[in-house]
Each structure stands twice: as C-alpha cells, then as structure tokens.
Design a protein around this ligand. Structure first.
Ligand code: TRP
Length: 372
C-alpha cells in the first residue's frame, strides 16, 4: 500500500487520485502476487486471419504500447469468445495459431507483455459465473450485438418467443465473459474499436455492482479509442474487414500479395491526370506504413499524375520490403506450433500468478471458502 491509499470505513483499502501502482493498493493485504495487474489489456477473437487493417488498427499500436517502460500489458487470444461466433473447430484452432504467430513475428516481446490464451486461464470462466449472478438481465438486453440479432428476427416477421430464434446464451452473455477478461486482471485501460465501447461500459456497471455488494475489489476500466487511428479500406474500397471478404492478409506469399494489391479498386483516371490521395485506398495503405517524408513525396507524385499501375507496383514493393523479414519468422512459427504452445503456456502461467490468488479472494468475498 502506498501513501495514496487509505482504509475506508469497512476496513477496505481505497485509492485516492487514481494512482494504483502494483496490486497491493486495491486488492488488500490478503492478496499476494508477484505480478501486477494490467495497465493495458486487450483480447483478440480468434476466428480469422490477421490482415493489414488489423495490424495498423490494433496489433501495431498494442505492440508499441507494450514497449513502454514500467508498463504491464496483457494481450490474449479470446478463444472462448471465438466459439460464440464460429463452430468450426479447425478454423478456431488455426486462427489461434495465426494470431499468436502474427503478434510475435511483428515484434511482440512475450517476455515483457503477458501473452496468453483465454482458455488457459480457468479463473476467467469461474469469474464469469460469479459476475453472471450479479448482472442484471436488463443490462444484457441492451447489448448492441444481442439487439441486432433480435431486430433481424423481428424484421423476418417473427413474433413473441421467436424473436430469440438462433440466439445462443453465449451471444447473450458475451459482455459478461468480456467483463471477466478485463476485471480478472484489474485492467485500467482497454484499447478497443468503437463497436466495443458499450462492452467496456457494461464492464464498469458490473464491476460497480460487485464493489457495491462485496467491497472495493475491482478497478473500473476505461476504454481507449484512438480517433486518429487509420482505418484501412479493403480491395473493394469498403472498410477492410473479414465480414466483407475484402482483406489483404499480412502474411500471404509474395506472389499472392502482389496479386491482391493489383486487385485493389481504383477510379478510371488515366496516367498523367492529377490524382487525389484523399479517399484513395492505395494511398491510405501506403500512408499507414510510410514516413512523413515519403508521404509528402507520394502526394507530389499523385499531383503529377502517377499511373495506377505504377502506384500498385510501388505499393507492393514497399509493403513487401517491410513484411519480408516478419513473413519468414511467421512461416517458421507456423511450422512449430509446439513452440507457440510453450510461449502461450508461459504467458498463462504469469497471468495466473495474478488471477489465481485474486479469484481466491473474490470467492471468499462472496462467501465461498473453507468452512473450517
Ligand atoms: N470482444 C472483443 C472484440 O471483438 C475481443 C475481446 C474479448 C476483448 N475480450 C476482451 C477486447 C477484453 C478487450 C478486452 O474485439
């Protein structure tokens, strides 16, 4: 406990002015661990193959932030979330391997960041149940993903009981599992996409209710959404996304990468005609990787009327130059899945140094402990 912490009227430590270094500040004297909770935590649902848009929007900023001195980052493969959306076991397994290999090939230091599979932390589903017992059903009724599924049924003309057709309890309870992911490690900052903000708000609601009932156990997490973050367009000009089937996977072979870049949609302007970089998919991808000087130079060439074919070839060469080294690492990692297992198991071991004692404390808080 440090000088910013004092004890409230229930004998529980509380923290003033938001400074919570180390676990001792919030978690009390009956909770000992070698590792501190998460300054930053985020999960990746393992249903797809990482693409350029994932890299620029999520992977790169996460890796960069994990390098900051004195900061503990928790990054995990959300495979229990993945089986809500995808019932193809081969895809789930393959995606977990691809995501893990991608993060490591792109430079994640797994000795520094805590990198693990959600399913290797048994405390997460246990906490999910404890939280389920105090979460208002009405709160879950308001979740965007659930409401969208209901709305779809209503549009299809279903009435009454049928509005829940094909909606699983997994989809309905998704936000509680996500709350457990976050609260299990008392994460302060949670970088997410816009569509996930509601889940962080629900996590805060759930944590607040638990704290109110059982004492101050949980930090209320904050969503971190970067408005300046580049959102890349895909092959057809719409947002690059697996659901549009328009992605450029990060680690395609050189040949496939060239072919995909050649397929990117452009307008019908002729070579020599001045072109507008704004709204151009090729330019946006280039800009997401290039230095400020290179960007200015490319803008000049757009004004001069660079031909689309030339731009595509240059973009390919530029990206390939960046991805070549990591691609080799990635291919090696994909051929040694046992090594990936080892890395992830080690990460889980570190994470459990926090989650196991913390869960024991939470169980005691709700009245589940030895009877002696
Ligand atoms: N639901 C998140 C997504 O689809 C993935 C996720 C699962 C997550 N658990 C999390 C993100 C915890 C942040 C924190 O993007």
């Amino acid at each position: 406990m440090n000088e910013n912490t004092h004890i409230n009227e229930h004998g529980r430590p509380i923290c003033r002015n938001g400074s919570m270094k180390g676990q001792g500040d919030l978690n009390g004297k009956d909770f000992h661990t070698k590792i501190k909770g998460a300054d930053t935590l985020t999960g990746i649902t393992t249903t797809g193959t990482p693409h350029l848009g994932n890299y620029v929007g999520a992977i790169r900023p996460a890796i960069e932030s994990s390098m900051e001195e004195g900061k503990t980052s928790y990054y995990f493969l959300a495979d229990y979330h993945a089986i809500i959306k995808c019932q193809n076991p081969a895809r789930i397994r393959r995606s977990a391997l691809e995501v893990a290999a991608t993060w490591i090939a792109m430079g994640l230091d797994t000795d520094k960041a805590v990198f693990y599979r959600q399913s290797d932390i048994p405390e997460i589903p246990e906490l999910t149940w404890i939280l389920t017992c105090i979460t208002a059903k009405g709160l879950m009724n308001r979740a965007h993903a659930y409401k969208a599924a209901v709305a779809e049924n209503q549009e299809a003309g279903r009435k009454d009981l049928d509005i829940d057709k094909d909606i699983t309890m997994g989809l309905f309870s998704y936000p509680i599992l996500m709350a457990a992911d976050i609260l299990m490690f008392n994460a302060r900052k949670v970088p997410v996409g816009r569509d996930q903000i509601q889940h962080i708000e629900m996590t805060r609601d759930i944590a607040g209710r638990f704290n109110h009932l059982y004492g101050e156990h949980f930090v209320l997490p904050e969503a971190v959404v970067d408005d300046k973050m580049a959102v890349l367009s895909g092959l057809d000009g719409r947002k690059m996304s697996k659901s549009y089937n328009n992605t450029i996977p990060l680690f395609e072979s050189e040949n496939r990468l060239r072919k995909l870049i050649m397929k990117i949609k452009t307008n019908s302007q002729e070579p020599g005609e001045p072109k507008n970089p704004a709204g151009c998919t090729l330019f946006a991808i280039y800009r997401a990787f290039a230095s400020p000087g290179e960007i200015v130079e490319m803008e000049r060439r757009y004004a001069e009327g660079i031909a689309w074919g030339v731009m595509k070839q240059e973009l390919f060469e530029y990206l390939n130059g960046i991805l070549k080294g990591p691609r080799e690492t990635y291919c090696k990692l994909m051929e040694a899945p046992e090594d990936m297992d080892d890395v992830l198991k080690k990460g889980a071991q570190r994470a459990r140094e926090y989650s196991a004692p913390f869960l024991a404390k939470l169980r005691r808080a709700v009245g589940i402990e030895s009877l002696g």
